[in-house]
Design a protein around this ligand. Sequence first.
Ligand code: FES
Ligand SMILES: [Fe+2]
Length: 324
Amino acid sequence: MAKTPLSMTPTGWFQVAWSAEVGVGDVRRMKYFGREMVAWRSAGGQVAVMDAYCEHLGAHLGFGGRVDGDRIVCPFHGWEWDREGRNVCVPYEKHPNRGRRIRSYPVVERNESIWIWHDIDGRPPYFEVPDVFTGFSDGSSAADYYPAFPHSTLYRQQLELHPQYIMENGVDFAHFKYVHKVPIVPTFTRQDFDEPVSYVDFTIAFDETAAEEINSGVRAINAGLGAAVTKSWGMIDNRTLSAVTPVDDMTSDVRFSVWIGRGDEHPNAAAKAQRLAQGVIEQFEADIHIWAHQRYSDPPGLSQKEFQGFKALRRWAQQFYPAL
Ligand code: FES
Ligand SMILES: [Fe+2]
């Protein structure tokens, strides 16, 4: 495989699960950024994500740890930890151990998904996770769409790819014809890489000869390297969320969620929506097939038309990598 020269510990928001995978009282094991972690949901419904090892003698909370109210209880000696990773009870002492804290991560739950903020220096979040519905300021909400999870999602674990590859797809007009086998001509109308949250819009004409006849388009919001949401217009009314989260120095988990617009309700509408979502997912899989095996090319041999977009995107991406 080709190990990426890009840092696998970038700063930003990264999806670690779908909300429904962590029910009240659940403790879910996971590994991201080379660290063992647990996600758990308190009795009050709030999700916490923290490193997995108890700060007492190092038990792994994902193996027998249990949720009690708003705390997680270690299976080894019963020490209790809150959502910020603070020790709040040592059951056989008068006082908790205030000096020890398990590293915890800022968590946001949005669009059926659980996100953590990762920053190697522990800085607090300085941008937000985009909302796949309200983010486009068009008055739409989740109620206008079929839920994504579980039917209309894709989950691929530990692929040898870097989050930046997926972001580059957004400025890559030339791949549609070859990877997606669609005879479309995308024209970029916005490539805004000024802030940590960037925006890419393009319109699509279906025939090269009639490029002025714009039938449809896509708008994308990228928040850091871990989160991208899109809205499609003029074709199947869909929203997508793609999320790539580094697991270790070599691999990432990829999650993709698709919401199909409800439109006119008819008896088979839900089944039809699921089929449409599968079609969108298949297109994403075609991309994955390339990403999971590519080698990062730096500097890339770009064509003249590609130069601006890729240059802007790669410069933007730099800000999320830790200083060496
Ligand atoms: S190792 Fe967790 S309470 Fe002892
Ligand atoms: Fe693509």
